[in-house]
Design a protein. Structure first.
Length: 180
């Protein structure tokens, strides 16, 4: 896994072979961050949330690009420990890493975020509920940007605040803008 740009850009980390996460490809990650850079002023040090953090690739990209604070939620012990280890190697001090259930976190979190990224396992039984759960949460500001990574089997364009859909190979992103 590599961090694409920013403070930690071009750093590479060997992902443990027993990780069950499906990491966002470098190609898709680079492209969605190019889109994000046109929607979010990273110089203003936004607060970001990475739900279903997996390998931490998105979390680390947020940290590398200048987020003031990044909260990452991951339930699996192997993935959680990997993110913690990489953050330690980078001497990251602005990461709040939570080992827990994303659904419970979203229901109970009242902290506000500028960017929310969710990359649930594609085979998650309640996958289709995630965008609505986030959109109805207490975590939103008037201009929060939400990105949901999903397979081509989902279409979230009818949900409120939907901005656009992007596809990079087999990776799809639905983007929501709370100011729209």
């Amino acid at each position: 896994m590599r961090i694409i740009r920013g403070k930690y850009g071009r750093r590479r980390f060997d992902v443990p072979t027993n990780i069950t996460a499906r990491p966002t490809t470098d190609f898709a990650r680079e492209n969605i961050f190019n889109v994000l850079e046109n929607l979010v002023d990273f110089d203003s040090e936004p607060d970001a949330l990475d739900l279903f953090a997996g390998t931490g690739a998105i979390t680390l990209e947020f940290l590398s690009r200048g987020c003031r604070m990044v909260t990452a939620v991951e339930k699996a012990t192997t993935q959680y420990n990997f993110i913690r280890r990489v953050a330690s190697q980078l001497n990251v001090t602005n990461l709040r890493l939570i080992k827990g259930d994303v659904f419970q976190f979203v229901r109970t979190c009242s902290q506000k975020f500028d960017i929310i990224f969710a990359d649930p396992p594609y085979d998650l039984p309640d996958f289709g509920e995630i965008p609505g759960l986030i959109l109805e949460s207490e975590m939103l500001k008037d201009d929060t940007i939400i990105i949901i990574e999903h397979s081509k089997n989902y279409d979230f364009s009818s949900l409120p605040h939907f901005l656009e859909h992007r596809a990079y190979g087999s990776v799809n992103f639905s983007i929501f803008d709370m100011s729209k």
